[in-house]
Design a protein around this ligand. Sequence first.
Ligand code: PHE
Length: 449
Amino acid sequence: MGVSRGGFSSRMGFILAAAGSAVGLGNIWGFPTQTASNGGAAFVLVYLVLAFCLAYPAFMAELLIGRYGQANAVTSLQKMSRNLWQKRFAFLVGFGGIVCAALILSFYGIIAGWMMSYAIEPLAKMLSLDGLAQWVVTQGTLRNLLFTAVFMFLTIFIISRGVEQGIEKWSKRLMPMLIVLLVSLIVYVTTLEGADQGLKAYLQPDFSRVFDADLLISALGQAFFSLSLGTSVMIIYGSYIAKKENLVTLGAQVTVIDVSIAFLAGLLIIPAMYVAQAQGVAIFAEDGSLISGSGLVFTVLPALFQGMESVGLVVAFAFFVLMSIAALTSSISMLEGPVSYAVERHNVERKKATIAAGIIIFIISVAIVLNIEFLLDFIAILATQYGQPIIAMLCCVFVGWIWHRSEVLKEIQQGNDAVEHSLFWKIWPWYTKFVCPVAIAAVFIHSIL
Ligand code: PHE
């Protein structure tokens, strides 16, 4: 160790970076796709409840672990441990999170590559390069490999430059632009035929589906995925926050931003699905299931943009470029986990660690691209529906059972003197100790049975 550590230069820097990690493909690709394939509004309802009642408390636990430990996930968890067994357990949890982040990045890069290729398409069309325009949006191994490689290169490039230079700078200005574009598109969609049916599907829950095991586990995974939990990412970002900051409000702000953007994305994409269907694009199969699966957004949005005629090309370009940047501010956070571990625990130089981790992850991406039908879903489900909730649950166990309550209070009081008498402190410690682990375990047991 003994390496000088970076940190966020300001509170805004942290909010932007953590929100940058949270907001990404999970919001604009994952959430609408899951909503569409899990019965619409019922999924939205369960998702909202789980995001605020389980993901937010778990998010707080991870931020706190990181800020207390002032180090990578493994070191931070080990600082809280008091004996050898706890230290070993800490290693498993911390390292498990890092592996989980690496696995997520390996498939995330592929989907981010699709976003980039869909940003190139309108450009190619404007330049009358029709052959290129066609090629970039046709599923193909070469295209997938090429765009994944470009995306990974950008991720490696940013992370090799460190926290302030890299992460913080890139997270700025993006969010407001994304929100403005989303809201404008929502307003536009609602004027089109078919949109009201979509709004109904999105906002009117079928309560009988709320306890459906598949729906519950998908919503749980999605909520944890969206807040980047169980991957060591929020532990490491927590470690970069200054001690004078109030973690409780920072965490709440990031959660609200993240959930709102997912909600807006659904409000755009679900109605747009019905609009596309009304225009003759095949969205639903005869049995009501979705035809495109993980490609849903890539069917629905281009159809929407096409209907806007010439403006559509500009809007499509802007949208997919913003999405690619949003994906980048998430992917850099995933790479930061393994890199900070290698730098702090094994004294590897930052640049070397970044390149090595990036290459290993890219090799996994190549394997996925070559077996895309099978491996993409497999790795995504393994990492997000199982890995993330389990590791996040174990982080809650750490805070609730291994750490002393008085120590937790001491850490959380920094930057928040009044916390001891707040509602948060009345509920949260007890909540992370019992409710979070039990609820997460219950969802798993329910899904297995
Ligand atoms: N939260 C990111 C998104 O919604 C994905 C992510 C998962 C980022 C895990 C970091 C760690 O796109």
